[in-house]
Design a protein around this ligand. Structure first.
Ligand SMILES: *[C@@H]1O[C@H](CO)[C@@H](O)[C@H](O)[C@H]1NC(C)=O
Ligand SMILES: *[C@@H]1O[C@H](CO)[C@@H](O)[C@H](O)[C@H]1NC(C)=O
Length: 241
């Protein structure tokens, strides 16, 4: 009986170390808007980065793709041309695409008696990419027509069951030209949030909207993380309004 309990307890300890191992200390959330450059920190790096391995996963429980192998960039990944390893072993991604969102692990492997051994703790980064798109494929829209913009946070929190609870504390909203949050119901705009990580704005364009930047912000635990914009050009003759 008491042996069984011990086993049970060991099992629990093992399970909880697995759980905290994957949701525990060294995890960083990084928010960026598409088109920007981003720097993913590796907090467990050894001095010369020769032991550094960066692994990318779209969601946590699938097998990963090696982006950097013992300090050397792999040439066979989709994103390799936009990647570089920083002198502090961080991973730099240029011109971030929405498809880059996901889960990045920085690991340290050292050779001991001819065999590579991984250091206990990975440094993990969740990359969330904010992106605004328009329902219209045209970049020039005539005044009086309606435009619908969609602001989406691409994040593994939205697709992975394990991480679904973690999207709490993330808030997306549109702001006006002064940077002030637009309420859900304001005369000119229809704003709706069909999902937790997506918010759309529909409006009828006025002449004065020419070249206007429509901005969407994301906050995490009430801290502004990043913002993304979309610029609409008004086409055709302008009447003085
Ligand atoms: C990962 O989790 C998802 C649910 O979030 C599940 O559908 C999928 O089968 C899992 N994949 C693996 C490899 O365990
Ligand atoms: C939205 O983001 C812009 C650009 O970073 C900032 O100037 C503005 O203050 C933000 N507004 C809110 C309400 O967070």
């Amino acid at each position: 009986m008491s042996d069984k309990c011990h086993l049970c307890l060991l099992g629990l300890i093992f399970l909880s170390s697995l759980l905290t191992g994957t949701s525990g200390l060294d995890e960083t959330d990084v928010f960026i808007s598409s088109g920007e450059n981003v720097h993913l920190p590796c907090n467990n790096a050894l001095p010369d980065c020769k032991s550094t391995v960066w692994i990318y996963r779209r969601i946590r429980n699938v097998s990963g793709v090696e982006l950097i192998s013992l300090g050397i960039k792999k040439k066979d990944t989709k994103s390799h041309e936009r990647l570089s390893l920083g002198s502090d072993c961080s991973l730099n991604i240029k011109n971030v695409k929405k498809e880059d969102y996901g889960y990045y692990s920085c690991q340290q492997w050292t050779e001991v008696n001819g065999q590579y051994q991984k250091q206990a703790n990975d440094a993990r980064v969740y990359l969330h990419v904010l992106h605004v798109s328009s329902s219209s494929s045209q970049t020039e829209i005539s005044p009086g027509s309606s435009v619908s913009l969609s602001c989406q946070l691409y994040s593994s929190y939205g697709v992975s069951y394990e991480d679904s609870g973690r999207s709490e504390g993330i808030d997306l909203f549109w702001v006006n030209q002064a940077g002030v949050k637009l309420p859900i119901s304001v005369s000119r705009y229809q704003i709706s949030a069909p999902g937790h990580c997506i918010i759309s704005l529909t409006t009828t364009l006025l002449n004065e909207d020419d070249n206007r930047e429509w901005r969407c912000n994301v906050t995490h635990r009430d801290q502004l993380q990043t913002s993304a914009t979309y610029t609409v050009k008004i086409s055709g003759e302008k009447t003085i309004s």
